[in-house]
Design a protein around this ligand. Structure first.
Ligand code: NDP
Length: 458
């Protein structure tokens, strides 16, 4: 049987583009289908614009700190519309680069929403009508989008998509949820002058992260003026002419002019006509895949957020490239997801690689825990209260370093480098024999001499 293409990729986000370009590099004839903007969540409405807004927020801190270092500055003022214009130009520039890269690799772009139409066949709803294309392999890389039905009435609230397109910031805001998106934007908004309240159902934010990071970020957010409401989630959200009413039970109703719904994301599979190839998504809409990224339908693969496993851009990219190498490069390989580092761009930021202390305990490991907790030099000089906290988990038997956690300035940059050492199997002795670079914060990671505790406790 002959096909129009060797591979059709659904979704031109980071994962889909990486897979398509790598496949084309191996000589495959590749089509990629995208109904929205090329670049996907990370480039257009996620990681990239979020980080650009975080930089804007950091300048606020920097100007405040600069006064402690002798600068005389006028009272600064942040104008969201100016940032929004620059952001729009930057995402447009990046989208252009993505388009050029696809073209340069010989990948054919079809613009429109796609649906599966039986084995090997995809129908694209383009501006000029429906177009059917066929391929030997189909890759689903359609990502995810914000959940809008987690709480009755929440569909009227903004999500991160809308936040990043605001032209003006509200004076006060409620954030619902305490995951990555909730905390990053709570930090950013607070630093940009918004009075922020965060409502979440757990006792600490960022479920799943190491307890040290969870406790520390709660303290840092509080110090930055953010009001935290643990064990407190609205039962209902109601739109009013002036904003939103959050019903918190027992006659407790609070009004906010603006509310961010940060209650998670869900895979984009509802419109894909999965049944036509005999596929069914799980309750969240996710596709399950085996270790080779193959779905339950022969010739249909899935990578990245649509599989709802480790929803991080670099994971989707790594999976896309591994799949292309396996299918078209004669180099079958799998991605190791056992030690993926990740960062939460709160202010201060945090980053982590490896297990949390609770996960290590649960896994029955014998672990030595090393910690450092200090006020960094830059803060001490100006009487700032922000602290830096670090933790290493070391296997008590093999002395292999299992995990590194940090909250404080530059944590993502530092942990990214440490992740290399961990993936190379570094032991505590390797850390101990490393001569420090002084004065830095990172040096504390190689100056931890005695464990603060052993797990499990005797
Ligand atoms: P998360 O899964 O991180 O957080 C979702 C939050 O919503 C949790 O606090 C959760 O509470 C809460 N929640 C879910 N359902 C309800 C409900 N019905 N009522 C009240 N609260 C609810 O999702 P995000 O949307 O923040 O991020 C999505 C994914 O995107 C992340 O998992 C991450 O992988 C990725 N991401 C990564 C970033 C980075 O690398 N820096 C940045 C942004 C996103 P609970 O904990 O109690 O379940």
């Amino acid at each position: 049987m002959t096909f129009d293409f060797d591979l059709i990729t659904l979704g031109a986000g980071s994962g889909g583009v990486a897979a398509s370009r790598r496949a084309a590099l191996h000589g495959a004839r590749v089509a990629i289908v995208e109904g929205s903007r090329v670049g996907g969540t990370c480039v257009i409405r996620g990681c990239v614009p979020k980080k650009l807004l975080m930089y804007a927020a950091q300048f606020g801190d920097a100007m405040h700190e600069a006064r402690g270092y002798g600068w005389v500055l006028p009272e600064p003022q942040f104008e969201m519309a100016r940032w929004a214009a620059s952001k729009a130009a930057e995402t447009q520039r990046l989208e252009g680069i993505y388009r050029t890269m696809l073209q340069g690799s010989g990948v054919e772009l079809f613009e429109g929403w796609a649906r599966l139409d039986g084995p090997n066949r995809v129908v694209v709803n383009t501006e000029s009508g429906e177009k059917a294309i066929t391929a030997r392999h189909i890759l689903i890389a359609t990502g995810g989008s914000p959940v809008r039905d987690s709480i009755p009435g929440i569909e009227a609230c903004a999500t991160s998509d809308e936040l990043l397109d605001l032209q003006q910031l509200p004076d006060r805001a409620a954030v619902i949820g305490s995951g990555y998106i909730a905390l990053e934007f709570a930090s950013i908004l607070a630093r940009l002058g918004v009075q922020v309240s965060v409502f979440y159902r757990a006792d600490l934010p960022l479920r799943g992260f190491d307890e040290m990071l969870r406790t520390a970020i709660a303290a840092e957010l509080t110090a930055a003026g953010v009001q935290l409401h643990p064990s407190s989630v609205p039962r209902r959200v109601q739109r009013t002419p002036g904003g939103f009413l959050l019903s918190l039970g027992e006659d407790r109703v609070l009004e906010f002019p603006w509310v961010l719904n940060a209650t998670g994301r869900r895979p984009n599979t509802a419109q894909l006509n999965l049944a036509s190839v005999g596929l069914q998504a799980d309750a969240e809409g996710a596709l399950s895949v085996d270790a080779d990224l193959q779905t339950d339908a022969s010739g249909v693969y899935a990578i990245g957020d649509v599989t709802n496993r480790l929803n991080l851009t670099p994971v989707a990219i790594a999976e896309g490239r591994a799949l292309a190498d396996s299918l078209f490069g004669g180099q079958p390989r799998r991605v190791d997801l056992s030690r993926v580092a990740s960062a939460v761009f709160t202010l201060p930021p945090m980053a982590t690689v490896g297990l949390s202390e609770a996960q290590a305990l649960e896994a029955g490991l014998h672990v030595a825990v090393y910690e450092a907790d200090f006020r960094p030099m830059k803060q001490a000089f100006i009487g700032g209260t922000e602290r830096t906290r670090m933790k290493l988990l070391v296997d008590a038997d093999s002395q292999v370093v299992l995990a590194a956690h940090m909250i404080g300035a530059d944590a993502p940059e530092i942990i990214q480098s440490l992740a290399v050492a961990l993936s190379a199997g570094a032991t505590k002795a390797h850390f101990d024999r490393t001569i420090v670079m002084h004065p830095t914060a990172a040096e504390e990671f190689v100056l931890m001499r005695e464990p603060v505790r052993l797990l499990p406790a005797a």
